[in-house]
Design a protein around this ligand. Structure first.
Ligand code: PEP
Ligand code: MG
Length: 594
């Protein structure tokens, strides 16, 4: 048997697992078309309804059986699946097809699911596209129940295993007992699918999107998975086994050590403090952010409240959602970003015209300023939520002073409206802007005079600064956070904030990369906001560094003319300072990723 068969996928949940495989038969069921006679219609509809009923019962059972407290906050996923089972489009359309086209229930379900898939596949946004997997899981469960196939359950797993499956539903993941499922790999899936999110919550290493794992892995085969790099090794040789055993030990030692950072202040050895905050999309993520030591929310992406639904949320619904985040995070501040749709983020009920260059089109603040009613509703909801804790408003993709002034005028109008209606709100609510465009960088000094804080969105800033589409894999190699132009842009923004005496933060993905922590500290950022699991990793670097050396490092890096030169100097410096944290291989990976 060939040794060391290496597969490359998407690292969905960090950590290393070494063990024998357990192949879960979750291959897509292939339904067959069968024409039925009119007299068989009621029988097929009954079979379909029975399958829906059984599926609901199974999901209810999964819900009841969830014992792990860390999963309690994710039970809404099962509720979403239960809701899908009640969805008119899925259930009624399938039944209508059985009646109108005289076809068997499985085929009718398949055609309805295909319709859903076409809609979801057209979506560019990764997060939204991954939501398709919820419909797929429900469809698969229904199909299995329709044809009477066995629902192999992970709850029955008897030995410690690495689960290998074509796909895993969130319900499968919730049934995982960490003592037995030590890791999992799947052919399909993305980093932001619920299954991946759950794996991260449970701390189970996982690699998804491997395409051919189920075709290559045999039951009981030895497997190594590295959920950080997305590498999977089948049938490892002695040498590989030993190498990964050491890596696993190092990883676990470092993780253990990380736990101790959660409660500690984000302060350098020479006494300089920096604020670490969490990025959230949903209220449920707030608890995790708090557990990982976030001192507030630095970016609440409200557009996720508008996605995955037919109608946009009204003022009351928005108010309740914002209020929940604010109350959960109290007494720390929550930075609520106004709607950032357009570009790669689409919302069903918002009709954006077909644009040749959506990233340069009607998106973010431009859209909100054009859609006065929608913007007014959101500002009302945010202001009302500000009565329940510390709220800051953040406007996305600002390019000039006129936009800020319009936003501020509208905000004043909304305040007057709410006051007249007797609503409570924070009249001195802090206003901030995202620095995501080169124009905002160039006039950062002027913009800083108008607001209470600046927050750099490096995901977009790098895209616009380097003219690299952030979602285009063909130019991904040019998407360089360490490009001298990006570093200079970040420096200009920090300086502008400092001379205006206001806080400057960063909430793009750059903030979450420990390799960049010293650079950002040295540039002068006051706040770093990131997804919760990265908070202790970044804090560890900050606590082991001196601000003075970070300043020296930045001065040194700014002398280089190309991103690879900056990267190679940075990796050397970081490896020297933190040899345990940045082994050579890992640094190479972070630099190539960037
Ligand atoms: C950014 O652009 O860096 C950012 C934080 O916003 P988003 O990723 O939502 O565009
Ligand atoms: Mg952005």
């Amino acid at each position: 048997m060939v040794e060391d068969i290496t597969l490359f996928g998407i690292g969905a949940s960090p950590g290393i697992a070494i063990g024998a495989s357990y192949v879960l038969d979750r291959k897509r069921i292939k339904p067959v078309e069968r024409k039925i006679s009119a007299s068989e219609v009621s029988e097929e509809i009954k079979a379909f309804r029975d399958a829906v009923r059984v599926s609901k019962k199974q999901l209810e059972d999964v819900k009841q059986g969830v014992a792990d407290r860390r999963l309690a906050e994710h039970l809404h996923i099962i509720d979403t699946h239960l809701l899908i089972l009640e969805d008119q489009l899925l259930v009624d359309d399938s039944i209508a097809l059985i009646e109108s086209d005289l076809i068997n229930a499985e085929w009718a379900l398949k055609r309805t699911l295909d319709k859903f898939r076409i809609v979801f596949d057209a979506i560019e946004d990764e997060y939204l596209r991954d939501r398709r997997s919820d419909i797929d899981s429900v469809g698969e469960r229904l199909l299995r129940n329709l044809i009477g196939a066995d629902q192999q359950s992970l709850a029955e797993l008897e030995r410690k295993s690495i689960v290998v499956a074509h796909d895993l539903s969130p319900a499968d993941t919730m049934q995982m007992d960490k003592k037995r499922v030590i890791g999992f790999i799947t052919d399909v899936g993305g980093r932001t699918a619920h299954t991946a999110i759950l794996a991260r919550s449970l701390g189970i290493p996982a690699v998804v999107g491997l395409e051919s794992a189920t075709a290559l892995v045999r039951e009981g085969m030895p497997v190594i998975i590295d959920g950080t790099s997305g590498i999977v090794i089948l049938n490892p040789s002695q040498a590989t086994f030993k190498e990964y055993l050491e890596k696993k030990q190092l990883y676990e030692y470092l993780e253990q050590e990380l736990l101790s950072y959660r409660e500690l202040a984000a302060e350098t050895l020479d006494g300089h403090s920096i604020t670490l905050r969490g990025n959230v999309e949903l209220a449920e993520e707030v608890d995790l952010a708090l557990r990982e030591g976030a001192k507030g929310v630095g970016l609440y992406r409200t557009e996720f409240l508008f996605m995955n639904r037919e109608r946009i949320p009204d003022e009351e619904e928005q108010y309740l959602a914002y209020r929940e985040v604010v109350e959960r995070m109290a007494p720390h501040p929550v930075t609520i970003r106004t709607l950032d749709v357009g570009g790669d983020k689409l919302v069903t009920d918002i009709d954006l015209s077909d644009e040749a260059n959506p990233a340069l089109g009607l998106r973010a603040i431009r859209f909100s300023l054009q859609e006065g009613k929608l913007f007014n509703t959101q500002l009302r909801a945010i202001l009302r939520a500000s009565a329940h804790g510390q709220v800051r408003i953040l406007f996305p993709m600002i390019t000039g002073l006129a936009e800020i002034r319009s936003c501020k005028n509208l905000l004043e109008e909304v305040k007057a409206e709410l006051a007249a209606e007797g609503y409570a709100f924070d009249a001195d609510i802090q206003i901030g802007i995202m620095i995501e465009t080169p124009s905002a960088v160039l006039i950062a000094e002027l913009l800083a005079q108008e607001v209470d804080f600046l927050s750099v969105g490096t995901n977009d800033l790098i895209q616009y600064c380097l003219a690299i589409d952030r979602g285009n894999e063909h130019v991904a190699y040019l998407y360089e956070p360490l490009h001298p132009a990006v570093l200079r842009a970040l420096q200009m923004v920090c300086r502008a904030g400092q001379s205006a005496g206001i806080e400057v933060g960063i909430c793009g993905e750059m903030a979450a990369e420990p390799l960049y922590a010293l650079v950002l500290l040295g540039l002068g950022f006051d706040e770093l906001s990131m997804n919760a699991p990265y908070l202790p990793r970044v804090k560890r670097i900050i606590r082991q560094a001196r601000r003075s050396e970070a300043l020296e490092l930045v001065t040194e890096l700014l002398q280089f003319g190309t991103a690879p030169e900056v990267a190679s100097c940075l990796q050397k410096e970081m490896q020297q300072r933190f040899p345990g944290i940045f082994p050579v291989q890992q640094i190479r990976k972070a630099v190539t990723d960037s």
